[in-house]
Write a protein that binds this ligand. Structure first.
Ligand code: HDE
Length: 711
């Protein structure tokens, strides 16, 4: 899907990336073209004259044995043998990009003295990695799963990592359960099946026996589990952190990222097809948006609770299976995150980037959230297995501020530290600890008392209130999708204990939900609710709440279906208008090549043929006018299927002139009456916009009308 970067886009791109981290990375960037005069060398820099023939004993007629003595051949093969490193035990598949973070005002100084959150003159470079959780590095992007949303802020006070997800809660309350959860969701041990899916016995067995997962299961089975794009997801820090202001006052805090484009999802049928048609759909989508200059953007917001007020809620504010409802704790939008540069090379950047929840900067701290406490141990440790103990020296991970300490040696040490001092205290005062008053990190003094025991607080015992709150807050079509999703998953479980147990769990959330799922999957159909539904809802949980107020086509992929005999002037002006709105257009035709315009030998180049790319890869499609073109489309089964499938996935469909007749007569969309009345909006809720002959001045007819998800 991604084309070459245009020179104009490249210029914008070079103009905006002169930040400290980009400058820092330049030290390690090799441009092979710039030094190509040197030619090929071994790893120790010696010029190589031949890399294709192993040194061997042979004469003109016979190929003899290869000689171990060939140091060049050996190096090439040995080096290759060691190209792989362990993939992440979770979140193995990901995509990353560079960008920046800026705050709008200094309102957060009430809560924190961290300049990254208070100094309006700063632009902090960031690296963000999005990921799926269950699948391995080569799995598909559009599977149903949680998405990782990990942000590394390269601040002047050191690196700060928010290692978050696109869902605000988690499956478990306690870090120690994590290995069980991950074993249960990952492919089963006996046959390593299934890949990239939670639809199997072990996952549903585990969550059925862990009622604290109920809330999170609702989120993953909702449309949030199949985002349209990484750029259209919320991001959440999930855990409860803390902020400390200049006076030493502490607040508990949750971190949020809100996408400028709103929250949008695929439809399940689309996600399933995309997993085969384009397994890199999200990865390429991120790259394409940045390269066309439609930079992904999020508002950054915090929720804060003053220390001392933590007991005022009917849930424990340290419990990661609970949200802090926004009616109780409003969001405060304080900054903006923008991604404006793709990586130069995947492995050294996206694969080697390593996040740690324990990476905070002065003014930001932790809480006793038991999940967070465990995570603070885990991340550093896992990076040692993946990358070695000196992983923080790797270019993508090293801070932009100076690093000085007496940690030394270890495999792959890069830095060379001068002098004879590698300990503290020392007679020369080298590498002295920094007093808190001068910016040293402060661990606040806290009174801690209690009985040493393996337990969790009382409010941690309640698991269904917020699962109900979430379910009640969904729009009817979102509920229908959720029921279909759980039914899909439980249908893939062939152990009756598993699907029967889970239908019982669902009855603690909602009676109708439990009945419908149990009916679909052959579970235990309840005759009465296991627990009454409290009936409460909150509008910020439905993803419909995040639809942008102003409809936008920015970064949307619009297909133009053409066959020979179309109206060239119309299509060219159409493309120009869509480009102004920052959408990308793609001509799809009966062949890759020039599609001839009406009455002309000239035409327009089709980037793909109908078979090569499917409607699933586009957000909208347009059928322009032209009698011969419309007739040719009408007799092409694949073209007709293209439109029908797009309709089934609630895509916006535009048609002009004879294109309308093609829709009406050949495609025959079920239940839809086509209108050529441009002023009529009646059909937009079906995802269909029909227009009369295209008027070059009016782009409004092409607005993305039907919100995906309405059926
Ligand atoms: Fe992670 N998690 N996690 N996790 N997690 C990892 O670290 C872990 C949890 C999240 O793009 C690992 O570098 C434990 C919650 C993301 O590189 C590992 C627990 C949330 C990423 C690890 C959790 C996350 C990871 C594997 C329970 C959302 C990918 C590789 C206590 C807030 C970051 C790695 C990237 C990765 C441990 C739970 C998000 C093993 C022990 C909750 C986005 O350290």
């Amino acid at each position: 899907m991604s084309g070459p970067i245009t020179s104009a886009a490249q210029q914008v791109f070079t103009a905006v990336v002169q930040d400290e981290k980009t400058a820092d990375l330049q030290k390690d960037i090799l441009d092979p073209k710039a030094i190509s005069a040197k030619g090929l060398t071994t790893d120790h820099g010696v010029s190589v004259s031949n890399t294709d023939h192993w040194l061997k004993v042979h004469d003109a007629a016979h190929t003899g044995p290869s000689l171990l003595t060939d140091q060049i051949g050996r190096e090439k093969i040995h080096r290759f043998d060691h190209e792989r490193i362990p993939e992440r035990v979770v979140h193995a598949r990901g995509a990353g990009a560079h960008g920046y973070f800026k705050i709008f005002n200094d309102s957060a100084s009430k809560y924190t003295h961290a300049p990254v959150l208070t100094d309006t003159s700063r632009t902090t470079p960031v690296f963000v990695r999005f990921s799926t959780v269950q699948g391995s590095r080569g799995s598909a992007d559009t599977v149903r799963d949680v998405r990782g949303f990990a942000v590394k802020f390269y601040t002047q006070e050191g690196n700060w990592d928010i290692v978050g997800n696109d869902i605000p809660v988690f499956f478990i309350q306690e870090a120690m359960k994590f290995p069980d959860l991950v074993h249960a969701v990952k492919p089963e041990p006996q046959n390593e099946v299934p890949q990239g899916q939670s639809a199997h016995n072990n996952f549903w067995d585990y969550v059925g026996l862990q009622p604290e997962s109920a809330h999170m299961v609702m989120w993953v089975m909702s449309d949030r589990g199949i985002p349209r794009s990484y750029r259209m997801m919320q991001g959440f820090g999930v855990n409860t952190y803390s902020l400390m202001n200049a006076k030493g006052k502490r607040h508990f805090v949750k971190f949020h990222f809100l996408p400028e484009l709103g929250v949008h999802s695929l439809m399940w049928d689309e996600a399933l097809k995309l997993a085969g048609q384009d397994p890199d759909f999200h990865r390429k989508d991120l790259e394409e948006a940045i390269q066309t200059g439609a930079y992904p953007k999020w508002k950054f917001a915090i929720q804060t609770i003053a220390e001392g007020r933590e007991e005022e809620f009917d849930f424990d504010i340290l419990d990661a299976t609970k949200i802090w409802p926004e009616e109780l704790v409003p969001l405060q939008e304080i900054g903006e995150l923008v991604l404006n540069r793709t990586v130069d090379e995947y492995f050294p950047e996206t694969e080697q980037v390593a996040f740690c929840t324990s990476h905070v900067v002065p003014g930001i701290g932790f809480s006793d959230d038991p999940l967070l406490q465990g995570r603070n141990f885990s991340y550093f440790d896992t990076q040692i297995t993946r990358l070695g103990v000196n992983w923080e020296e790797l270019p993508i991970n090293r801070p932009v501020c100076p690093v000085l300490n007496h940690q030394r040696d270890g495999a792959m040490r890069h830095r060379i530290t001068k002098g004879n001092i590698n300990y503290w205290p020392n007679r020369e005062g080298v590498g002295r600890p920094v007093p808190v008053a001068e910016g040293g990190y402060l661990d606040p003094a806290q009174t801690v008392a209690g009985i040493k025991q393996r337990a969790r607080g009382t409010k941690f015992q309640e698991h269904f209130n917020q699962a109900q709150l979430f379910y009640n807050s969904l729009a009817p079509h979102e509920k229908a999708h959720l029921i279909a999703a759980i039914s899909f998953e439980l249908s893939h479980c062939d152990d009756s204990i598993v699907y029967e147990t889970y239908s019982r769990v669902l009855n603690n959330i909602d009676f109708e939900l439990a009945k419908q799922v149990a009916t679909n999957v052959g579970g235990v159909i309840p005759d009465k609710p296991a627990r009454s539904n409290h009936g409460q809802s909150t509008r910020t949980l439905s993803q419909m709440y995040y639809t942008p107020k102003e409809a936008t086509i920015a970064s949307r992929r619009i297909a133009i279906l053409l066959a020979d005999g179309f109206d060239k002037v119309e299509v060219e002006s159409l493309r120009a208008v869509l480009k102004t709105g920052q959408a990308t257009t793609w001509v799809i035709g009966p062949r890759r090549g020039t599609i001839r315009a009406n009455g002309s030998r000239e035409g327009i180049w089709a980037e793909h043929h109908f078979e090569g790319q499917r409607s699933t890869m586009y957000d909208a499609l347009i059928v322009p006018s032209g009698a011969a073109h419309a007739q040719a489309l009408a007799v092409n089964g694949r073209a007709v299927h293209w439109v029908r499938e797009a309709f089934g996935h609630c895509k916006v469909i535009g048609a002009i002139g004879e294109g309308v007749a093609f829709l009406r007569e050949a495609v025959q969309l079920p239940g839809v009456q086509l209108s050529t009345d441009k002023s009529s909006n009646a059909l937009t809720s079906y995802g269909v916009v029909t227009v009369g002959r295209y008027n070059a001045g009016s782009a409004d007819v092409l607005k993305i009308g039907g919100e995906k998800g309405f059926v």
